[in-house]
Design a protein around this ligand. Structure first.
Ligand code: PGA
Length: 263
């Protein structure tokens, strides 16, 4: 089975490091050329998106977020889906917990962004996941159910979207290294048992609504050391990697692990 490895570059390898970013993806493109069973995606900062997108064939380049409107008076808005498509970019993250936390992306906005993405033929990696507080209160399943049923399913049903037109990234908020840094604590990757439980739940909800096999990635403090543990699970279809994707060697190590998984 083909696993997906996504690299979320966040605010790194941006305009100031444009040359480094270019060398990174050119070298990575070379290294993954003959690798099987793995699909590689990179979500760079906006400023280098068009530049990098032109340089690669095998690596898929995507945005970290999109706006839901195509044009108009939206001072400070992020890129519109129409603009993204005109740059030849057909992938985006939607609903990443950092966009929810820092930029007020809520249920309604996730729905609007998804609708906009699908309307323009953009492939979204849709991020869901519970907070530590929810987890400790035993509410993980409820939170996931709500996110899927309120944010994602209405759009899939309205636009008659098939399950191979999107991926889900299960990213429990407490596991994301950026939040660990903010809270001045060590990154805390989720336990494999918890990730498998969540993935099984996510797949079950989608299946109930007529999407039997959606791809579900895991994200949160993934690194070359823990990648095998997650990727060996048949419930985990890939990883969304943040900080370990900002370094070519560690990102490539994770990709190599994925390509060796045969089941
Ligand atoms: P991390 O980030 O791997 O640094 O925890 C993951 C993400 O934010 O998608």
């Amino acid at each position: 089975m083909e696993k997906t490895i996504g690299g979320n570059w966040k605010f790194n390898l941006s305009l100031r490091e444009k040359k480094e970013a270019l060398n990174f993806i050119l070298e990575l493109e070379k290294r993954i050329k003959n690798l099987e069973r793995v699909k590689v995606k990179i979500f760079p900062a906006f400023f280098v998106l068009p530049f990098l997108a032109k340089k690669v064939k095998k690596i898929k380049i995507g945005a970290q977020d999109i706006h839901w409107e195509t044009e108009g008076s939206f001072t400070g808005a992020i890129i519109s889906p129409k603009e993204l498509i005109s740059l030849g970019i057909k992938e985006t993250l939607i609903g990443h917990s950092e966009t929810r936390f820092y930029f007020g992306v809520n249920e309604e906005k996730v729905r609007l962004k998804l609708k906009a993405a699908f309307s323009f033929g953009i492939f979204p990696t849709i991020c869901v996941g519970e907070s530590l507080k929810d987890k400790l209160k035993g509410k993980s399943k409820k939170v996931l159910e709500k996110q899927i049923e309120k944010e994602i399913l209405p759009v899939l049903e309205e636009l008659k979207i098939k399950e191979d037109c999107f991926e889900i990234a299960y990213e429990p908020i407490y596991a994301i290294s950026g939040f660990a840094k903010l809270e001045k604590r060590k990154p805390l990757p989720a336990k494999i048992k918890d990730v498998e439980t969540a993935h099984a739940q996510i797949k079950k909800i989608f299946s109930y609504y007529g999407f039997p096999k959606p791809k579900v990635l895991y994200g949160g403090s993934c690194n070359p050391k823990n990648a095998k543990k997650f990727l060996s699970s048949s419930l985990i279809d890939g990883l969304l990697v943040g900080s370990a994707s900002w370094n070519l060697e560690s990102f490539f190590d994770i990709i190599k692990v994925a390509s060796k998984i045969k089941k």
